[in-house]
Design a protein around this ligand. Structure first.
Ligand code: ARG
Length: 718
């Protein structure tokens, strides 16, 4: 009996330990005070200073913000950066041609001279993080809510100017806890970034869209770049005189392998979460906004796919746009499904009930929930206007281009000063150059027709621009036919209907030509309708929600004084820690914590573009030619999962063991927890990572680029 009690005690302690959610995207400079003991208990061996330090080298010096949307890590003393394949995708696709197709075939530079520069790319490294709340919050006292954004911008500007004065650094201030705190991030930004190598996309994007956001996963989602700097190791514009950057720290690479329960932490730049969202916001997303985004994105995807299936060179041009639209198309399907399945609205309502009771005793918070309810009720009837503008009207390439001339036409009509007009024109021309690089008029025309049809059906008639009458006067029996005929005319006549006409116009631009252009006219009508009638409603909604959200987060901290709170993701440097572990997606189903190359072969389907496997990889698998990179059981590891708390923007982030070694790189989340940006579900939320041994194997054996592996600091078992 005694034995049994002892046994039960152990079980419950164990369960307690695991039940504790490894939720949280923590600010690295605060770890020492809030998280360090817990991290140590989970298996961290490093000191707090080895994670983040301003005066000495630390882990943070090896983490880069990659092009603003991803994360990368430095893994050699010569500025070698590892990130995801899907983070390098745009660069890889745009460096590809039909003849030199590195997207499909892969590429490894044999020496530094072969590395390929990609103008426009950048990485930033955080130098220090500072709490600047005291320099901001007191200055906002008495500022009206509607003026707060402007006041904030001015304060940010001042702090940034003071911080960067006389240095080559850049800085940003980020709002935390919905405006209860402000943090300054100081960066060193490098702009000479070159592609070192990539696996073929049949490896780097293996499983494509069907497998995206799903576990079990078999994608070798990585690519490699190098940071170049001036001779004195400072950021410099691209030059053949630049030399590889010497980092303050680079991550050693672990060959030791992983097992369930192992400590794992991820440092990177998570983009956006909304963990303090109200139940009404989730209802609105589930019922209206998400399904609309999904529907509008599907229109673009289908039209593009038809083009991509017909020609390799066209596919190369559209691949990156397609992948990014498809990524969040599926995201919103999954988010909606899981918000419902996990009953997140009910969960939030329970939390709001607790808050309501708390507010009965704390009068400062009494208006929060009633005001939120009021704000949503006022906003709901117009909520799709914003979605239809960004995902619909401006999802059409020609329309987006036309809209970029809006400030120019407006400034010209209002006789603004010449400089301002010139600047607006230049910006518009630059953005069209980018957009028309992958423009296909017939696909764009199809997209426009379907979007207009959906707009007509979904948006209440009294919210249509009067221009809609003109569209509906087009020939045709159905709404769709009318929209198709309207679109056909528009594309045949408009400057924006062809790449050539657009280029001619840009050589000889005038605002009068734009004013007479049918595409510009239509976009202006929709845009003005939004700006005059609905943007004020959006602004009023935001201004009503903001102070209540701020009070809500503050109130929650009082309500739960023993809980450590972390701020929503906002593209600033964060750290999350947890362990390697599998999960049970459904009753009677268990998912293991890792996948292997055998699983790649199981999924291999020569008839399906998304499940190709390079011949050479089939051969390596057949002969089990895995070198040093295999697991103890002789298999080749591919991916593994951890219960770390990440989101988009963390893509490419290093997964680091308790000793500071790289064990993998994060590249996705799992389907069962697609609601994770709103609520962290400890039972289901996992991060999907490429095993670093698969990365090394692919470079060495598939890419025959052992010299790249040799550049790294490999750590083997003792
Ligand atoms: N879901 C991944 C992320 O957001 C991107 C995966 C890219 N692959 C794709 N099939 N679109 O980080």
């Amino acid at each position: 009996m005694k034995k049994l009690i002892a046994y039960l005690l152990v079980i419950s302690m164990f369960a307690g330990n695991f039940a504790k959610a490894d939720e949280g995207m923590w600010i690295p400079s605060l770890l020492k005070n809030y998280n360090y003991e817990q991290m140590k208990a989970k298996g961290l061996k490093l000191t707090a200073e080895q994670l983040y330090d301003v005066n000495h080298n630390s882990l943070k010096d090896a983490i880069v913000w990659f092009n603003g949307g991803c994360t990368g890590e430095i893994i050699s003393g010569e500025g070698l950066v590892l990130t995801n394949h899907h983070c390098g995708y745009d660069a890889i696709a745009s460096l590809s041609t039909k003849e030199d197709n590195i997207l499909d075939n892969g590429f490894w530079a044999k020496n530094k001279g072969e590395e390929r520069a990609k103008p426009g790319m950048w990485v930033s490294i955080v130098q220090r993080i500072e709490d600047v709340s005291d320099r901001i919050i007191p200055m906002l006292a008495g500022v009206e809510e509607k003026n707060r954004p402007d006041s904030l911008q001015k304060l940010y500007k001042k702090i940034i100017a003071e911080t960067t004065k006389g240095t080559h650094y850049e800085a940003q201030v980020r709002e935390m806890f919905k405006g209860n705190a402000y943090y300054l991030f100081v960066f060193e930004k490098f702009t000479d970034i070159r592609l070192v190598g990539t696996p073929p996309q049949s490896v780097g994007k293996f499983g494509g869209d069907p497998d995206n956001w799903m576990w079990p996963r078999h994608t070798g989602d990585f690519s490699m770049f190098r940071i170049y700097a001036s001779k004195d190791n400072k950021p410099a514009a691209y030059s053949t005189n630049n030399i590889p950057y010497k980092p303050k720290h680079h991550l050693p690479v672990s060959m030791k392998g992983i097992k369930p329960g192992d400590y794992a932490m991820i440092m990177g730049f998570p983009g956006r979460t909304n963990r303090y969202e109200f139940s009404q916001g989730i209802e609105l997303a589930v019922e209206k906004v998400n399904p609309t985004i999904v529907k509008l994105r599907a229109i673009r995807l289908q039209a593009w796919k038809e083009v991509m299936d017909k020609s390799v060179s066209d596919r190369l041009l559209l691949s990156a746009d397609y992948a990014s639209v498809a990524n969040y198309w599926k995201y919103f399907i999954g988010q909606t499904e899981q918000l419902k399945r996990l009953k997140v609205v009910e969960y939030k309502k329970d939390l709001e009930l607790d808050f309501y009771k708390f507010a009965l005793q704390n009068k400062d918070y009494a208006n929060v929930l009633p005001n939120i309810e009021k704000a949503y009720n006022a906003y709901k009837p117009y909520a799709l206007q914003r979605t239809y503008l960004s995902e619909g009207i401006l999802g059409v390439t020609a329309n987006a281009a036309a809209s970029s001339f809006y400030p120019y036409v407006k400034a010209s009509k209002e006789n603004k000063d010449k400089d301002q007009i010139e600047k607006a024109l230049k910006a518009a021309i630059a953005s069209t150059e980018d957009a028309y690089g992958s423009f296909f008029a017939s696909a764009d025309e199809k997209i426009l027709a379907q979007i207009l049809e959906q707009y007509y059906n979904d948006i209440p008639e009294d919210q249509h621009p009067s221009f809609m009458n003109k569209i509906m006067r087009s020939k045709g029996k159905t709404t769709l036919e009318k929209c198709q005929n309207f679109a056909q005319k528009l594309y045949s006549k408009s400057i924006f209907g062809s790449k050539e006409k657009m280029a001619d116009f840009c050589k000889n631009p005038s605002y009068k030509k734009l004013s007479a252009d049918p595409c510009y006219e239509m976009v202006e009508a929709f845009y003005d309708n939004y700006l005059n009638n609905y943007k004020p409603k959006v602004d009023a909604f935001v201004a009503a929600i903001a102070p209540e959200s701020r009070a809500y987060v503050k109130g929650l901290q009082l309500l739960y004084p023993n809980k450590t709170f972390y701020p929503d993701a906002n593209s600033s440097l964060r750290l999350t820690y947890g362990t390697v572990q599998g999960y049970d997606p459904k009753d009677a189903i268990h998912y293991d914590y890792y996948t292997t190359l055998d699983g790649v072969i199981e999924k291999y389907d020569p008839t399906n573009f998304e499940f190709q496997v390079p011949q050479k990889l089939l051969t390596l698998h057949k002969f089990k030619d895995y070198g040093d990179y295999k697991m103890d059981n002789g298999q080749m590891p591919v991916a593994f999962i951890t219960n770390n708390d990440i989101t988009g923007g963390n893509s490419g982030s290093p997964v680091i063991d308790g000793e500071g070694n790289l064990i993998g790189l994060a590249f996705d989340g799992n389907w069962e927890a697609m609601s994770g940006d709103i609520v962290f579900d400890e039972k289901f939320k996992r991060t999907i990572n490429v095993d670093i041994r698969y990365v090394l194997f692919l470079i060495d054996k598939l890419g025959e680029a052992k010299h790249i592996v040799d550049e790294m600091t490999l750590v083997r078992s003792k």
